[in-house]
Design a protein around this ligand. Structure first.
Ligand code: CDP
Length: 222
């Protein structure tokens, strides 16, 4: 296993944009574990299987092959990257992510990504379950209002019609579902570094994390 950085936290804390920039600066691979859950939700939903149907999900998952490539994320041979960030998937993904069949099926795939070299992974349980032995773990958080405001602005930038109150309500719903589920809930690993990003710009978060990671990397070499 190479050098592994994990970044967990609730929706809208800025994990994926920060993780992507960190991976670029460090020249290491980025694993977006949320995209894997989204891809599975997209596929199962498309097959008409609900997140309550454990057996059907397990059956379908046995015939699904997920590949993570430079061009995006593939389910069997379909590149689903463009379809997994829709409002519908936002609404239904946490239901599928709470399933034992789904989480069990995806664990090996995520862990295997560290076999190919250094890695930065972001999600909800990357530091607690997927890579408990990671070299450095972060927990990124922010107030629900700050997170909702970022999502709201992001949607407006994308040209989507959005209502702030609805975005905030969805953030609360997903926080709730992700923290209360039985398997691998969103939690703050005790050995992680907590960063409250509410008052920080994205640049400030990137610089702070980058300096902490670099310090840890040189400690490991010494
Ligand atoms: O980008 P955002 O934080 O909104 O979401 P995401 O990282 O794309 O994750 C989407 C959903 O997948 C989350 O709300 C969780 O329900 C689930 N997820 C998870 O259960 N475990 C992970 N390691 C990553 C995501």
């Amino acid at each position: 296993m190479g050098f592994v950085v994990t970044l967990d936290g609730p929706a809208g804390a800025g994990k994926s944009s920060v993780a992507r920039r960190l991976a670029e600066s460090l020249g290491i691979r980025y694993l977006d574990t949320g995209a894997i859950y989204r891809a599975v939700a997209y596929r199962l939903d498309g097959e008409g299987i609900s997140s309550q149907e454990e057996e059907k999900m397990a059956e379908s998952l046995a015939s699904i092959k997920i590949r993570i490539e430079k061009e995006g994320i593939f389910v069997n041979d379909e590149n689903v990257t463009g379809s997994i960030r829709s409002a519908r998937i936002d609404r239904i993904v946490s239901g599928y992510a709470a399933s034992k069949a789904v989480r069990g099926a995806l664990l090996g795939l995520q862990r295997a990504q560290a076999d190919y070299g250094d890695l930065i992974a972001d999600g909800r349980d990357t530091g607690s379950v997927v890579f408990p032995g990671a070299d450095i773990k972060f927990f990124l958080t922010a107030t629900p209002q700050a997170r909702a405001e970022r999502r709201y602005k992001e949607l407006l930038r994308k040209g989507e019609a959005a209502v702030y109150e609805e975005v905030l309500a969805r953030i609360h719903e997903r926080d709730d579902a992700d923290s209360r589920r039985e398997i691998a809930p969103l939690l703050e690993p005790p050995d992680s570094i907590r960063v409250d990003t509410s008052p920080m710009s994205e640049d400030e978060v990137v610089h702070r994390l980058l300096s902490l990671i670099k310090r840890r990397m040189t400690q490991d070499i010494d």
